[in-house]
Design a protein around this ligand. Structure first.
Ligand SMILES: C[S@@+](CC[C@H](N)C(=O)[O-])C[C@H]1O[C@@H](n2cnc3c(N)ncnc32)[C@H](O)[C@@H]1O
Length: 287
């Protein structure tokens, strides 16, 4: 029996410097926890917390992730959803996973210098090796762990019935977002790094998020383009003022429709996703 909270902190940067990083991720022992481990325990348990909130608040709908790559966050979320019987065939939800599995499209001026350099490095095979000695484009993108098949395998290992529960959408967002989409979303996880991809995700899926559903931006504090897309779509265009909460140095999220964090009279302040509210009772046990 393994619990997410038993994880030791895991430093991805340090791990990447070890020669067998990709092999270790690809061959990781078969439990959600271990597979989610390169996320770091804090981030992995955050997915547990979000899913636990959705479960307890009876927010029904699917999980959508735009930017899946090796599936670290998909596995953390999928394991948590499966553990609570929220996914098909036991429950009703599906996971919709979108990625090119071929890297990023071209960045734009909206991404700023840092974002442009990083995505160019990750997308351009020649630049990649130069910018990141010790790693090649192939070990990062075409490695064993970087494909829908590899993600499917990891999800299955995490207890997700992928045939029933998971829809893989491989290709560029501007093609795959035109295909059949979910109708109700409980959890929209935006992890696609660059301005246009984050903006397109919001255009395609924001209106499908249920009231009470969670919208999570992985890159808010890390990539300027992701933050710009958030403000452009929600504030400038939609004139909404989501109650944005932060998690870690980069993540930002909000509960759709939530207007304030004032507690009901006589009760202490409460945020259903805050660390303070997370008791071990709420953790779903893993395989
Ligand atoms: C940071 S990675 C996702 C990490 C993943 N959530 C995890 O935890 O393992 C971002 C991914 O977004 C994908 N991506 C970004 N923009 C895209 C687009 N327009 N079309 C398809 N894939 C895109 C990239 O291929 C990349 O794999």
């Amino acid at each position: 029996m393994v619990h997410l909270h038993t994880l030791e902190p895991f430093d991805v940067k340090e791990a990447r410097q070890t020669p067998d990083f990709e092999r270790r991720v690809a061959n990781a022992p078969l439990s959600t926890t271990t597979l989610a481990r390169p996320l770091g325990d804090v981030r992995a348990s955050f997915f547990q917390r979000i899913v636990s909130y959705l479960h307890d608040a009876h927010i029904h709908g699917d999980y959508v992730e735009t930017g899946v790559q090796r599936g670290l966050s998909a596995v953390a979320s999928g394991g948590a959803l499966a553990c609570r019987n929220m996914l098909r065939p036991k429950g009703h939800a599906r996971m919709w996973l979108y990625d090119s599995w071929e890297g990023f499209p071209a960045s734009t001026v909206e991404d700023g210098e840092y974002g442009r350099t990083v995505t160019d490095r990750l997308t351009n095979r020649a630049n990649f090796k130069r910018a990141d000695p010790g790693h090649t484009y192939n070990t990062f993108f075409a490695g064993k762990g970087y494909s829908p098949e590899a993600v499917r395998q990891k999800l299955q290992n995490a207890g997700v019935a992928t045939e029933d529960a998971v829809v893989f959408r491989k290709g560029w967002f501007n093609d795959t977002f035109k295909q059949v989409r979910p109708t109700r979303i409980a959890f929209l996880h935006v992890d696609s790094d660059i301005y246009q991809s984050v903006y397109d995700t919001l255009v395609a899926f924001y209106d499908l998020v249920e009231p009470g559903g969670v919208v999570l931006f992985d890159d808010f504090g890390h990539f300027e383009g992701a933050r710009r897309a958030f403000y452009k779509f929600l504030v400038w265009e939609r004139r909404e003022m989501p109650l944005l909460e932060r998690h870690g140095y980069t993540e930002a999220f909000f509960i759709k429709g939530k207007q304030h964090n004032r507690p009901p009279q006589g009760l202490p302040p409460q945020n259903p996703l805050s660390v303070d509210n997370w008791s071990s009772k709420k953790k779903c046990q893993e395989v």
